[in-house]
Design a protein around this ligand. Structure first.
Ligand code: PEP
Ligand code: MG
Length: 582
């Protein structure tokens, strides 16, 4: 039966393919046939994992605090009983012995069967018990892995084997996992959670494939291999579409393909408005490997290199100076002399280090020790990064961009540490560009309100609209529950952006927008009207924005701006912006 699920659009286009559902357990499990003759050994490994899991449950029960609720102890007993279940032990053992599945694969196969059986139970209480089995088996899986964290390798194997029509359906995907998906073969993804401007969504957009997030319960409702249409423009997922709907979407796909080909023709056209205003379009990248695409899209540099992705989800500690230096040089060289704004590590909020060796590994709140605050609290790590960037600046036009600044003393400390990094290089007699430009992200409302301070100390500023909106409106950008309140057209946001641009222009300090607003072609004319001449966005969005610029007439847009900035009623404001776009 055909039905549609609704979520948020994060990346445009239409994909038609088959669901590759990723459940929490099967996500993390390697599927491989073990060598013939090693079956017994694998069974022993599985048995040991069961024993370890059992031991853990005993320990947990022993350590239960006196005031722990009574149900807690009963709950642990239920899990112990499940672990003792003879079927649960014998079934995976049989799969190991007969089919030579590795232990983890055998276990999740049994789990999948069990969960399916629980799904069919009508009694809601019994149905819920499926979750207990899942938790118990996950505990054994962890024990098998010998760690508290499982690897994502198996998902990659699955996707490698899949044809390009796989559509990933998951509860949620962390930004660093999304990053690693870049190498894989799939045509769209759908998640239960996530906001339009979360880092996961941003990385997804850079993959240039249709995606919908915040599609509630998608991962429970959609079954493995279901035929799906992902309408990325509307954030809709159609499950098991009728032939007529399928045909309509195939046509839409063909139209999109054609219009993308047309866009390519603009690649070498200078980016100028009708009345001759030169506009600079730069690219946002996450890794050095993104740089060739940036160049290929016609970007005149990298406006934002999110260097934190080099630091995330690493097994063996943070990258040393040499590794960072090599990554930065690789990027700079790939851009052939064009500017590259290397933003210093912006860890926190939905970007976790997830590094077991590091004390500040994860769960830094968006209002916590994020971005420059983290760097200033870890001066050695910060100095290492600064030295690496400075050394890379000897190879091309590297510029330093600092995230999340809000306070005068943060500016002072940051500049002091940049000075210190330079001195260290001089002592080592290592080259760097002594005239390197330093820029600040304006992404906290406080910074936007004290622009003269920033304009005094920095060579350029870049508006991070993603966070500026998050912090001005008090909305977690990664939370789909408040996604409807995340509004780039909120009058307060428009006022802040306009004021930042005007303040910078008055002082002749270059100003750009590198948040997602810059890549939204529906907002291009509005930003041009506000006087913006420098945009930075993912390469995949660049030509669409360029098309808008080529059709724009600044003098006309500027005239339409005053009523937009003085209108506080959303409907009226939207109508004025629609008119601006006509
Ligand atoms: C922003 O906040 O707009 C920005 C560009 O930085 P990030 O999305 O990485 O927080
Ligand atoms: Mg930001």
């Amino acid at each position: 039966m055909s039905f549609a699920l609704h979520g948020l659009s994060v990346s445009n286009g239409v994909a038609i393919g088959h669901a590759l559902t990723i459940s929490a357990a099967s996500l993390d499990v390697t599927h491989q046939f073990i060598a013939s003759g090693s079956e017994e050994q694998e069974v022993v490994r599985l048995q040991q994992a069961f024993e370890l899991a059992m031991q853990e449950l005993h320990d947990l029960k022993d350590r239960l605090p006196e005031d722990a609720p009574e149900e807690m102890s009963a709950f642990l007993d239920v899990h112990r009983l499940i672990l003792e279940d003879i079927d649960l032990r014998q079934k995976p053992e049989a799969l190991i012995l007969k089919r030579r599945y590795n232990a983890a694969w055998a276990l999740t196969t049994v789990l999948d069967e069990l969960l399916l059986a629980f799904e069919e139970i009508d009694d809601p209480y019994l149905k819920e018990r499926g979750a207990d089995f899942r938790q118990v088996i996950e505990r054994v899986l962890y024990a098998l892995n010998g760690s508290s964290e499982l690897s994502l390798a198996p998902l990659y194997q699955k996707l490698d084997r899949q044809s390009a029509d796989a559509i990933i359906v998951a509860q949620d995907i962390a930004p660093h996992d999304m990053m690693r998906f870049k190498e894989l073969n799939f045509c769209a993804f759908v998640t239960d959670f996530g906001g339009k401007n979360s880092h996961t969504a941003i990385v997804a957009r850079s993959l240039d494939i249709p995606a919908a997030v915040g599609v509630k319960h998608a991962s429970e409702i959609i079954q493995q291999d279901d035929l799906l249409i992902v309408d990325g423009d509307k954030g809709i997922v159609i499950v098991d579409p009728s032939p007529m709907i399928l045909e309509a979407y195939r046509q839409r796909q063909a139209e999109i393909k054609f219009s993308k080909e047309q866009l390519q023709l603009l690649k070498y056209t200078p980016t100028k408005t009708i009345d001759g205003q030169q506009i600079t379009l730069m690219a946002n990248i996450e890794t050095p490997e993104d740089a060739p695409d940036a160049l290929d899209s016609g970007a005149l540099g990298v406006g934002l290199y999110r260097s934190e992705f080099l630091f995330m989800n690493r097994k063996g500690g943070l990258p040393e100076e040499e590794e960072q230096y090599r990554a930065y040089v690789k990027t700079i060289e790939a851009m052939y002399g064009l500017p590259v704004n290397i933003r210093t590590i912006d860890i926190g909020a939905d970007k976790n280090l997830d590094n077991a060796d590091h004390k500040l590994s994860s769960n830094i709140s968006p209002l916590g020790l994020r971005g420059i605050r983290w760097s200033l609290s870890e001066p050695e790590i910060f100095l290492t990064q600064l030295r690496a960037i400075l050394r890379a600046s000897a190879h091309g036009k590297a510029q330093i961009l600092i995230p999340m600044l809000a306070q005068a003393h943060e500016i002072e400390l940051t500049l002091e540490l940049i000075g210190e990094a330079k001195r260290q290089l001089e002592q080592r007699q290592q080259a760097y560009n002594t005239d390197i430009k330093i820029g600040a992200m304006i992404e906290i409302p406080a910074a936007a309100l004290i622009m003269p301070l920033f304009l005094k100390y920095f060579d350029f500023v870049s508006i991070g609209t993603n966070d500026l909106i998050q912090y001005t409106l008090g909305i977690d950008r990664a939370d789909n529950a408040v996604a409807h309140l995340y509004d780039p057209l909120h009058p307060a946001i428009l006022k802040l952006i306009y004021d930042i641009i005007q303040a910078a222009k008055k002082e002749n300090i270059p100003v750009s927008v590198c948040g997602e607003m810059a890549g939204d072609s529906q907002l291009t004319r509005l930003l041009l009207a506000m006087g913006l001449t420098d945009f930075s966005m993912h390469s995949s969005q660049l030509l669409t924005v360029k098309r808008e610029i080529l059709k724009a007439y600044i003098a006309d847009l500027t005239q339409q701006l005053p009523p937009i900035l003085s209108t506080y009623e959303p409907e009226l404001l939207n109508a004025l912006v629609t008119k601006l776009n006509q």
